[in-house]
Design a protein around this ligand. Structure first.
Ligand code: PMP
Length: 421
């Protein structure tokens, strides 16, 4: 029996997270056996240049020696203590030092958990219930933010999931990304009920949609006007766009920050951070309860520390951004040669592709771009040894293992793939 059949028999949809199932692109999902650097090896013997990269944690590529060695060393000494270790203190110090508005950090096990904690904290602090989010932004699968969400639920109408109660969805108000007036109007209407304005500071779950230059400042002003907290969900952008968060690079500053992915170097982790005065409202200091058996797990923390230390020492960010731009320009060129309208926005080592004459500014624009050419391109690339995330709504990532030679090899595949469309 094939792995797909065996998986489908015992795992819903054959996958442990929906977007892996190839529903947006058709065909059978991949089965990985191992990976190294930029290359993902599959059970049917393929070696693919990986631009999905586990959806973002792997800044140094797969199986980086620093991370493998840190995990092996630490795991041999015990995989969970539920007692604070020096490494947990050290990773919190590193994060607090690097991320501009963060003084204290609570580690959790996923990005979803981090956002869930931030929402509860904001509700506890403000004594209010409602959350303002943006259509096409994804913040994990917690009820209150699974409304008009991006990523694996992009394209699914309104409440984004069965099982999200109407009462829960009613606590969420949604604005289009980059729409200044819509935010102002919602704050006019719901301001005294709003606990939190939650945003991805660069939207990266509806493809890549950067904020207008003053949009995040507008959110800061509107949050201050109504007394809500402002959350930057930097689960994707944290330590990807710079050593720190997008907040280090822009004028607007959040109250709360969520992190995940890169701070765990490919192991499960998440974090919520902010000024001490806000973070100390969490239990046991404060009255907002949050807990986790495996939070601050020594293996995840060791992997995350190894990742962050290497990134801090090497500062690969400028070179990676330049390589990503070179890659995007070449891909755009291949499309242009075929007369295809393609946008390839980039930000640091993030990119996405929209078959659209103009770069989208919000989720409606994203939905107006053509899905079919992406599906064809995805499969044409897969046949030629290149793996993009299996959905036009997911971003692609470059890592330090995507050397110019690897990128050139992938570009040969892109050129041939576009020629075949
Ligand atoms: N926030 C953002 C911005 C994300 O992109 C994601 C996941 N891609 C999450 C939260 C949820 O993180 P996790 O999948 O670790 O729960």
């Amino acid at each position: 029996m094939s792995l797909t059949s065996r998986a489908n028999a015992v795992i819903p949809g054959g996958v442990n997270s929906p977007v892996r199932a190839f529903k947006s692109v058709g065909g059978n999902p991949l089965h990985a056996v191992s990976a190294e650097g930029a290359i993902l090896k599959t059970a049917d013997g393929r070696e693919l240049i990986d631009f999905c990269l586990s959806f973002g944690p792997l800044m140094l590529g797969h199986a980086h020696p620093d991370i493998v060695s840190a995990v092996q060393t630490v795991a041999a000494k015990g995989t969970s203590f539920a007692v604070t270790t020096e490494a947990e203190i050290e990773i919190a110090e590193l994060i607090a030092d690097a991320v501009e508005t963060v003084e204290k950090v609570r580690l959790v096990n996923s990005g979803t958990e981090a956002v869930m904690t931030a929402v509860r904290l904001a509700r506890g602090i403000t004594g209010r219930s409602k959350v303002l989010k943006f259509s096409g932004c994804y913040h994990g699968h917690l009820d209150s933010l699974l409304v008009s969400a991006g990523s694996g639920v992009a394209g699914i109408a309104s409440a984004s999931s069965a099982g999200v109660t109407p009462a829960s969805a009613a606590q969420t108000v949604v604005a289009p990304y980059n729409d200044f007036d819509a935010v102002t109007a919602l704050v006019d209407e719901f301001g005294d009920e709003l606990a939190l304005i939650a945003c991805e500071p660069i939207a990266a779950n509806m493809g890549l949609v950067p904020p207008d230059p003053k949009f995040l400042l507008h959110l800061r002003e509107q949050a201050d006007r109504c007394g809500a907290l402002l959350l930057f969900d930097e689960v994707i952008t944290g330590f990807r766009v710079t050593f720190g968060g997008w907040q280090n690079l822009c004028c607007a500053k959040p109250d709360l920050t969520c992190l995940g992915k890169i701070i765990g170097g490919g192991l499960p982790i998440g974090a919520v951070g902010g000024p001490a005065a806000l973070m100390d409202r969490l239990a046991p200091e404060g009255d907002v309860y949050q807990a986790g058996t495996l939070s601050g797990n020594p293996v995840s923390v060791a992997a995350g520390l190894a990742n962050l230390r290497r990134l801090k020492a090497d500062n690969p960010y400028p070179a990676l951004a330049a390589e990503t731009e070179r890659f995007a320009a070449a891909v755009k060129g291949f499309a242009a040669a075929k007369g295809i309208d393609l946008q390839v926005p980039t930000e640091a080592s993030l990119f996405s592709m929209f078959f659209n004459p103009e770069a989208p500014r919000n989720f409606d624009d994203v939905k107006a771009s053509k899905p079919k050419p992406f599906v064809k391109l995805f499969h044409a690339l897969l046949e030629r040894g290149v793996y993009l995330a299996p959905s036009p709504f997911e971003c692609g990532f470059l890592s330090t293992a995507h050397t110019p030679e690897v990128v050139d090899k992938s570009l040969e595949a892109f050129e041939a793939a576009f020629a075949s469309l």
